[in-house]
Design a protein around this ligand. Structure first.
Ligand code: ADP
Ligand code: MG
Length: 140
């Protein structure tokens, strides 16, 4: 069954109509979607989700961006899902992301970088629980 990680297809990517391409890349990499939903975050919810970044200079801009339009949130499962999904996404700044990664292909700027992925197994537990509180707690 493997590890779980939280993925978000951000408002910029939804607007660009690349939801399908991004999910195809998840599946192609053996990262199996086991939960998925589309929603629009309020500014307050974006601030809760990104609370770890509240002291960063880009916090207000980031949370406004994340609340700007619909997002797709998924739980991906697979061997070493956290690390392998980080590799598939590429670096935070699309200009620095390895070619062929999702951010290199679909990202626009260091802020509007198409996708989110948990950065550790610990973080993934908080993030999966934030969006899918009813998921089987024993397997998280
Ligand atoms: P990652 O998403 O690669 O884990 P971080 O956790 O450091 O990156 O940052 C969270 C999100 O905040 C990034 O995905 C990006 O949307 C935004 N961000 C990061 N750094 C900057 C920056 N210097 N300026 C504007 N937005 C940023
Ligand atoms: Mg991060």
């Amino acid at each position: 069954m493997g590890e779980r990680t939280l993925a978000i297809i951000k408002p910029d990517a939804v607007k660009k109509r690349v939801i399908g391409d991004i999910i195809r890349r998840y599946e192609g990499a053996g990262l199996q979607p086991i939960e998925m939903k589309m929603l629009t975050l309020s500014k307050k919810e974006a601030e809760e989700f990104y609370a770890v970044h509240r002291e960063r200079p880009f916090f207000d801009s980031l949370t406004s961006f994340m609340a700007r339009g619909p997002i797709v949130v998924l739980v991906l499962e697979g061997e070493e899902a956290v690390r392998r999904y980080r590799d598939l996404m590429g670096a935070t700044d699309p200009a620095k992301a390895e070619s062929g990664t999702i951010r290199a292909v679909h990202g626009t700027s260091i802020e509007e970088n198409a996708v989110h992925g948990s950065d550790s197994s610990e973080t993934s537990k908080f993030e999966v629980g934030y969006f899918f509180p009813k998921m089987d707690i024993n397997s998280r």
